[in-house]
Design a protein around this ligand. Structure first.
Ligand code: NAD
Length: 256
């Protein structure tokens, strides 16, 4: 049987970028996958190439009723939930001088409270799983002190702390909780970050150059970390943050 054979995974923000790559890889490794996304474009074909046995559910992680209904839809379809990938997230640029209160509320509601909401709804089902795992999508911004990312960094710092606290709370229930800290990943997110300038290639090169490897991370490379942490080979791993960041966190060098 394949590595995740018979297990059921839900991936928030699975209609795009990292979440889509994670959904595809979890499916390729044998899991039944439910993609949960606020995007109206959620289609089974988007992640499974039309393969049978998967599910797409409209879900806004800032809306508790929507989250509860989405988890019920997953369990209604598959009868269980083993893996929750809390990947949905939004960005914010600027210093503390730039973001008003309502922007703080909006970003924290998605990036931090969204994880709590999803996990709260999923926990009763995860407790019944013999192989329960939660993987939260954090960021190098949680630890790197990036400029012009005050609100976003604070939100991801909270994701890191929340991951460790959840790992402690649920370890005796057999639920592992970890997070992945990507560097800058080549997703639609990055395309949106780049200003509508006439030199997007230069902007892109600058983002790539922040990472010692000198290139952007691929969504599939982050998905591989998600699949590892979600699967049985990580059975002794909980409370960790796994950097997939081209060496940005651990190395003190930058490419010339
Ligand atoms: P993306 O914009 O390509 O995909 C994000 C997905 O989340 C979209 O499909 C969007 O519809 C969904 N989403 C947004 N708000 C939602 C909500 N309220 N409820 C449900 N779904 C919602 O972005 P991405 O680059 O794939 O980022 C995914 C995650 O990875 C985010 O948590 C982000 O913070 C994190 N991350 C991204 C990068 C990067 O460089 N791309 C780096 C570090 C961390």
């Amino acid at each position: 049987m394949s590595e995740l054979g018979g297990l059921v995974a839900a991936v928030t923000g699975g209609a795009s970028g990292i979440g889509l790559a994670a959904a595809r890889l979890l499916a390729a490794r044998g899991a039944y996958v439910a993609v949960l996304d606020v995007s109206k474009d959620v289609e089974l074909d988007a992640f499974a190439g039309g393969a049978a046995g998967h599910l797409a559910v409209g879900c806004d992680v800032t809306d508790d009723a929507s989250v509860v209904a989405a988890v019920a839809a997953v369990v209604g379809r598959f009868g269980r939930l083993d893996i929750l990938v809390n990947n949905a997230g939004i960005g914010a640029l600027g210093t503390v001088a730039d973001n008003p209160d309502d922007e703080w509320s909006r970003v924290l509601d998605v990036n931090v409270v969204g994880i709590a909401r999803m996990s709260r709804a999923a926990l009763p089902h995860l407790r019944r799983s013999p192989a329960a795992a939660i993987v939260n999508m954090c960021s190098i911004a949680a630890t790197a002190g990036l400029p012009q990312r005050a609100l976003y960094s604070a939100s991801k710092g909270a994701v890191l702390s929340l991951t460790r606290a959840m790992a402690a709370d649920h370890v005796r229930e057999g639920i592992r909780v970890n997070c992945v800290n990507p560097g800058t990943v080549d997703t639609p997110w990055v395309a949106r970050l780049l200003p509508a300038a006439d030199v997007p290639a230069a902007e892109r090169a600058a983002l790539a150059a922040r990472q010692p490897t000198g290139r952007l991370v691929c969504p599939e490379e982050v998905a591989a970390a998600v699949a590892y942490l979600a699967g049985p080979l990580a059975g002794a791993v909980t409370g960790v943050d796994l950097a997939v960041d081209g060496g940005m966190n651990a190395l003190r060098i930058r490419p010339v």
